[in-house]
Design a protein around this ligand. Structure first.
Ligand code: GLU
Length: 503
């Protein structure tokens, strides 16, 4: 049997973690089985579906690097893959069910349905759904009303007094009393549009879908789908309802938990590899002790047997960890290319939207080793490096002062540091460190005390990316100028410009 599965989103919102998880698991399952992964747009809700969301879907999956084998944009043997282009097929199938006595025309008006609801509510009857009034009306009567052009829907005749059973690949045997299924749900609406149930089942069958992997909140629809398959005389596909994705508080993942849309993750500078790696672990365990997987490795390892029954928890800290790992794996040039749009947007090169001059682009690329070990998202990179592209304001005098030192001593330390700048600008890290150590020893000061004022003078901050690398990128001249300005400010603060060079 050919393995075929699908991602069947309704384009009624932005792509988010839950949808991407469903798509990814379908992709991985198809790849692991040598099967086909299909994209189908379930846009039967014409009021909520929007072309902008379809665009967002294409963009998201192009960015993630997840292709489908068949779909609206790439075509395939079961085209069209957009439900709004298949309405004729659904009508025809609904009619077929009526002819077979498995479905029926219902002429009940929305007002009547609303009235039943109100009466039941008033009587606290607990009953819900349709009262099956048209279920057994004679076919000739229905034919007459149809001819007269009366508005109607087509409803599925749920077999009464039976139990529907199916096996879920993750959850095992599931049974559902037919009495507990929505009584005779609508398949075709009065405007001729199909409901989700009809379109979904007809398409999964006609598109040869062998496995339906979808989130567990669709489980209540499955007994109805199984009945629908049976009514058509088709065998249902295999079902596997994926564990839910929750926020850290155990509630269903939503905006409350922070970013959930792919757009937001992209805006933060999440790397697609990191996101995919992390999402692949939401509800599936691969190998003990291994955290980092390429898409290819995931495709080779994915198996339905490895899915977890328990809900998965979306943990931002873990995603941050993954992103950091993938940032560290990037070559400097690639990381610079990825981070550059964020720097341009943040205005690092003279204002928002300004592209870097060649020397600035080179400095930005050269700065990647400075932030690589610490950056979590690409978005934070520009602000960490702002002092490389604009003269930082001279910090307040107190910022320069190392622990247990005073201003006079700080000035002496900074002068000492200033004298090293010419060498530091051309030495590599190891040589620079040896030089500074020797100087500190000779002057009987602590290494940290020597470096602190110099760091604040050069970068404007007490905590900054590595100082030696920063000095190399800025060059001796710029660093000397900054240090000179810092010294002036400190000397003014000390009320003298002639403190003894005590060290
Ligand atoms: N259109 C449904 C959705 O938006 C598809 C559910 C299914 O996979 O059957 O998720």
């Amino acid at each position: 049997m050919e393995i075929r599965d699908r991602y069947a989103p309704s384009p009624t919102g932005l792509q988010h973690i839950g949808g991407v998880r469903t798509a990814l698991f379908n992709y991985l399952f198809a790849r692991s089985q040598g099967g086909k992964f299909i994209l189908r747009l379930e846009d039967t809700d014409r009021t909520r579906s929007d072309a902008a969301f379809v665009h967002n879907l294409y963009e998201t999956f192009a960015w993630l690097g997840i292709p489908w084998d068949e779909g609206p944009d790439v075509g395939g043997p079961c085209a069209p893959y957009v439900q709004s282009e298949r309405f004729g097929i659904y009508r025809e199938h609904a009619r077929r069910l009526v002819e077979a006595g498995k479905a029926y025309y219902c002429f009940c008006s929305p007002e009547r349905l609303e009235k039943i609801r109100e009466e039941r509510e008033a009587a606290h009857s607990g009953e819900t759904g349709y009262d099956r009034r048209c279920r057994d009306s004679p076919p000739v009567e229905a034919a007459g009303r149809l001819r007269a052009g009366e508005a109607h829907t087509i409803r599925l005749k749920i077999p009464l007094g039976e139990t529907t059973r199916f096996r879920d690949r993750l959850l095992g045997e599931i049974e559902w009393k037919n009495e507990d299924i929505n009584p005779d749900p609508v398949l075709l609406k009065s405007d001729g549009f199909p409901t989700y149930h009809l379109a979904n089942v007809v398409d999964d069958h006609l598109m040869g879908i062998s496995h339906v992997l979808r989130a567990q909140d669709w489980l209540p629809s499955t007994p109805l789908h199984v009945i629908l398959y049976g009514s058509f005389g088709w065998s249902p596909p295999e079902f596997c309802h994926l564990p839910m994705v929750m926020g850290a508080d155990g509630k269903k993942l939503s905006k409350r938990h922070g970013a959930t849309s792919m757009d937001e993750f992209r805006r933060q500078g999440c790397l697609p590899e990191a996101l995919l790696n992390y999402v692949a672990l939401l509800g599936c365990s691969y190998e003990e002790g291994k955290d980092l997987y390429t898409l290819k490795e995931l495709s080779e390892r994915f198996a339905l047997e490895k899915l977890n029954k328990a809900p998965a928890v979306f943990d931002y800290k873990k995603l941050e960890w993954y992103n950091g790992q993938y940032i560290r794996m990037k070559a400097d040039a690639e990381l610079a290319a990825l981070a550059l749009p964020f720097a341009v947007e943040a205005g690092l090169f003279g204002g928002p939207g300004k592209e870097p001059a060649p020397a600035e682009a080179a400095a930005f690329a050269a700065a990647m080793p400075l932030i690589k070990e610490r950056a979590v998202f690409l978005r934070e990179i520009p602000e960490k490096l702002d002092y490389l592209f604009a003269e930082p304001a001279v910090a307040a005098a107190a910022e320069f002062i190392p622990k247990k030192a005073d201003l006079a001593r700080t000035i002496s330390l900074l002068r000492l540091g200033r004298d090293l700048l010419g060498d530091l600008a051309v030495l590599d890290d190891a040589a620079a460190e040896a030089l500074v150590k020797a100087k500190a020893e000779a002057a009987a000061v602590k290494l940290g005390d020597l470096l602190m004022p110099l760091r604040v003078a050069v970068t404007g901050k007490r905590v900054s990316p590595p100082l030696f690398g920063s000095i190399r990128i800025l060059g001796a001249e710029t660093c000397l100028a900054r240090t000179g300005r810092a010294l002036e400010a400190l000397e003014t603060a000390a009320g003298t410009d002639a403190l003894p060079g005590a060290l």
